[in-house]
Design a protein around this ligand. Structure first.
Ligand code: ATP
Length: 359
């Protein structure tokens, strides 16, 4: 288990000082696939480098299984890193690359040979064991980099955007592969990405970061269905934001009034709904909304754009009173398009799909 407490990193001094990580506290369970997710520059790599030992914190604590990690230099930590660039040795074979770390640790020859062969099998590279790494594809290099990092059996594997150099299809494949490797080895993975879809597909839990702070921690479903604040709702998936006013809050849910005067039940934020009369923001996912008859509609607007995506179609509606609302509908075989741009349309969404956000 990794326990991070009040971890802060300030680069530079005086007027130049920049806080890259601001009082971050979190716990990562052993055997967990844990993802740090956030936009560029939010401090993900800084946090990862401190766990690895490549960077010292300005203050805070970092414990692994009850031991103070900060007292140990990188090579004494039971932690290994897979970098975005793979950092393989091009003149060495696949096997030699995997064996390298074990040789540095002066493990017995027989043990190294057995581990290399096990790792080759684990990442399905046995057939390429004797190829030079300069002569294999990007996806294969990625597998070797993983095998090399897993070979010394670290307690924790840190992965810094390891899939970003791969093309879309290979990336999808490697996402599942990484999940399988984590499951099979039982090693704790701490994975860094700015790609929300990647985080949702792979992680047991996700920490959403922004500007050096943790905004929310939870399972993928939890974060997608119950974003705690506007930043999280906006960063993960597509979201429509609507202004509303609290009417009342009961055990069964919170009642809010939309600008149109319609009242709907919405999901209260963790910690309870704001009091009656307060202005709130509602987050509505495009897949929870549908076009409907104007007389049933919660919102009325003008259809601006219809975008076909193969599996689904997106409808962009400019609402009466301003703002755009996006709806997503799954395409069905034989379905025809009866709507035209500039049509006046109604928008509906089911009760309890809108999330009340803390402003
Ligand atoms: P990306 O997804 O682009 O890699 P990130 O979330 O990993 O971003 P970090 O690399 O952790 O971000 O950087 C966090 C902030 O700290 C950035 O604003 C960066 O410019 C700053 N920073 C990182 N290293 C240093 C340094 N050595 N000196 C000064 N500022 C730094």
């Amino acid at each position: 288990m990794i326990k991070i407490d009040g971890l802060t990193k300030i680069f530079g001094e005086g007027a130049e000082a920049f806080t890259a990580l601001d009082d971050v506290s979190l716990t990562i369970q052993s055997n967990e696939f844990f993802t740090l997710l956030g936009p560029s520059g939010c401090g993900k790599t800084t946090l990862l480098r401190m766990i690895a030992g490549f960077l010292d914190p300005t203050r805070g604590q970092l414990m692994l299984d009850g031991k103070d990690l900060l007292r140990h230099p990188p090579h004494q930590r039971p932690v290994n890193t897979v970098f975005q660039s793979y950092a393989l040795f091009p003149h060495m074979t696949v096997s030699e690359n995997i064996a390298f770390g074990l040789q540095m640790l002066k493990r017995p020859k027989a043990e190294i040979a057995a581990t290399v062969s096990e790792m080759l099998e684990l990442v399905q590279m046995t057939a390429m064991a004797d190829r030079k790494t300069a002569q294999i594809s990007g996806g294969q290099q990625q597998r070797v980099a993983l095998a090399r990092a897993l070979a010394p059996r670290p307690k924790v594997l840190l992965l810094d955007e390891p899939l970003s150099a791969l093309d879309f299809k290979l990336r999808k494949e490697m996402q599942l592969e990484l999940k399988r490797l984590q499951h099979e080895t039982g090693i704790t993975f701490v994975f860094v990405t700015h790609d929300q879809e990647e985080a949702l597909t792979m992680s047991d839990r996700i920490a959403v970061m922004n500007a050096g702070t943790i905004r929310q921690i939870g399972g993928p479903r939890d974060i997608y269905d119950h974003p705690a604040e506007r930043f999280v709702a906006d960063f993960i998936g597509d979201t429509n934001f609507l202004k509303a006013q609290m009417v009342s809050s009961t055990e069964s849910g919170a009642l809010v009034r939309l600008a149109s005067g319609e009242e709907i039940l919405a999901k209260a934020p963790e910690g309870g709904a704001p009091s009656a009369g307060q202005a709130v923001t509602l987050a509505v996912r495009p897949e929870h909304a549908r076009l409907c008859e104007r007389r049933d509609a919660l919102l009325i607007g003008t259809l601006d754009n219809v975008v076909y995506f193969g599996t689904d179609t997106h409808y962009h509606v400019t609402m009466e009173g301003g703002g755009t609302f996006i709806l997503r509908r799954q395409n069905q075989p034989g379905q025809t398009q009866t709507l035209a741009i500039n049509d006046t349309v109604g928008v509906c969404f089911a009760p309890d799909t809108a999330q009340i956000l803390k402003d």
